[in-house]
Design a protein. Structure first.
Length: 92
């Protein structure tokens, strides 16, 4: 899998921005079939940083009931990437 197909987009929320400033951890939405090794290689190649660790979560949005029926929530994968203290990723 190519690097641009592994990482979909960075997650820029208040909690993720705080973690990036304090703990050098960055959050990305990644492909559902990407492994931790593929995520690590993609971040290192795209942002030219050294990755120390990768944590992943498979998230699911809750089901919603409407007048026309039940809508199943989509599934997506989030990766929290810890980078070396000397490196930095500029998202803004």
């Amino acid at each position: 899998m190519h690097h641009i197909h592994v990482i979909m987009r960075p997650i820029v929320t208040e909690k993720a921005t705080w973690a990036s400033g304090h703990f050098n951890r960055f959050a990305f939405e990644v492909s559902k079939i990407a492994s931790k090794t593929q995520i690590k290689n993609a971040v290192e190649a795209m942002y030219k940083v050294r990755v120390l660790g990768v944590n992943t979560q498979t998230r699911r949005i809750r089901n919603r009931s409407y007048a026309y029926g039940l809508v199943i929530g989509k599934t997506w994968k989030r990766a929290i990437v810890k980078i070396h203290p000397d490196d930095k990723i500029e998202l803004f």
